[in-house]
Ligand binder design. Sequence first.
Ligand code: ADP
Ligand code: MG
Length: 699
Amino acid sequence: MDSRTEAKQVYPTLAMPVRYIKGVGPTRAKAFERLGIKTVADLLEYFPRDWAFAPQCTTIDRLTPGQTATIKGQIISVDYQAFRRVPLMEVIICDQTGSCRLIWFHGGFLRERLIPGQTIVVCGKVESYRYQLQMVNPRFVLYDRDGQIDPSELLSGPIYPACAGLANHVIKRTIHQALDQLGHLVEEFFEPGFLKENDLIDRRLAFEWIHRPQDRAMVDAALRRLKFDELFLMQAGLAIRRYHVQHSATARAMKWSPQIDARIRRRFPFELTEDQQQVIEQIISDMSRPVPMNRLLQGDVGSGKTVVALYAALLAVANKGQVAIMAPTEILAQQHFESIERFLQGSRVRRVLLTGGISGTKRRQITSMIKRGQMDIVVGTVALLEEDVEFADLTLVIIDEQHKFGVAQKGGLRKDFTPHCLVMTATPIPRTLAMTAFGDLDVSVIRHCPPGRGQVVTRLVDTGQRERAYDFIRAQLKAGRQAYFVYPRISNAQTDTALKAATEQYQVLAREVFPDFRVGLLHGQMSSKDKQRIMSPFRSGSLHVLVSTIVIEVGLDVPNATVMVIEDADQFGLAQLHQLRGRIGRGAARSYCLLFANTDNELARQRLEIMTSCNDGFQIAEHDLRLRGPGELFSTRQHGLPDLKIADIAQDYDLLMLARRAAFTLIEHDPYLRQPPHQAIRRALLERFGQRIGLVDVA
Ligand code: ADP
Ligand code: MG
């Protein structure tokens, strides 16, 4: 018995290496491996990028202009006309009934392949040109005379993502072979009733139809089922992960009472907005359970997240617990501390700012007080948890503008209790992404800003209008307002780009454009002391114009700043622009955001137009997602989920919702997937996620 038959008998499973498929030798196996295909399962999930359906083969005398047709004939002549304005390849073919011209523009690459005497099968749109039938840029295959295959079939079927070393028909044939040999091993996940209810076809059939469809309707049915399965498995993974966080860790259950509530609210000099109110209720309900809160709070800049966070913090303090509030940078930590200070004037809550700048005896004093439980609220950067700061009783962690989750849980694992965790972000996360990349978190949204905010008017400014724009800004400054100028780069010193850079333009603005006003420069490479030297006078109003890079994206809150100029605005993402724009419109006065862009690119202009008509961060984020794809920040892989092969979260929203509901319901009823009907799902999840979701440990 050779090793090949032996292997087949030992494990006829979808995990079998592709080299055991008939027709796959070591060379092809290598080529498949370069595509990431190792097993038969990988092969079946190598989905076509498109499908072609060539009509039945016909004869040349039956062609009519306008139809799409397939014909088979012999190549009579080949003529490459290289010196025309657009070079073209002209081929004449004949069958027993007549002749037809084939044209390929820029077809020089075909000279080697198309040789008189060969039999060719072509499919394309029939035209009539000077009394001669022709097809322009038809698809074709050279017909192997020994083959018994139906000629139109050669041009039909799946088209796989191109790859060197493996022709499309080889991939196709191999997958068909795999379907014939092992297709019956594809397991069904769901009951027939469920499938029927949700208009889903059998899973085995879906693989068959995606690779071997007879028409477009079969492709669509297969796509629906396979996309559903992919989204379902992802959501089931998230549901399990969430179940584990909730059931493997214990948190301090906080007591809440109307007295505590009143005491906290007395700290706020305003009524909470309805949105704030609602989120606070969600947080109270989370924190009063002995399960760690894992909540993401989204809201545009200035929507009032800090107040909500402070409520949560004071609830923990009222329960004698400690709170860590963390920001991504020291400046932001300082700002948080300052705004908290404003609310806590005269309160007995013990709070401290602990940043890297504090060292020596002072730091030791502070950390020892934290360790002995003599500090209630500690504000700092994320380094708080990573460094050796030890808390006596950390019960709540609040993280601002942090996209990497799990930090708090990691930090807390050493203790008996896991702290509750509230993550805040001003980056609007489209619903679709909230449900995938962050799908195991609870999400709260503050949609409406507190009252009393001025409108923000956004304009796209042409180069010719620059002087007028400067006049306008000078008038605003004279009226006592302040302005931001934002550039995509710090400096052009080492590059020869045409992009404007903050350092150079700062000089121009200070000397030539606004000589009567005070202009300051702020960028990310400055020390935090230097940054403070610029930010404090801007905050107090004695500095009128702040020239900056993206570093102001987060944190600075100056209601008197009513103008923002963004140079080379096309260099920023829409979400980024929206974030930047959030710096203005914080006071009662009307604000102006001027986007300067030096581009003819139509897509770039379209993107910027969205900014002028839309002020809703979520809508903008949806647009951005559609135009640019999920991008790095939200890539599913970064969050420990495999990338999607076939579904597209932006396009397949309804299916995503369906899959999410089904997955979460399933895990609610059978969290460990122990019941016999769920074994196929369990196996598929283990294969996909391995240990990452912890199914293995609990089996
Ligand atoms: P975010 O953290 O979402 O950017 P903040 O919490 O810093 O927003 O709030 C922005 C500003 O609005 C702050 O000056 C804050 O004091 C004020 N604010 C927050 N909530 C309210 C409210 N309900 N009514 C009036 N002003 C509010
Ligand atoms: Mg804030």
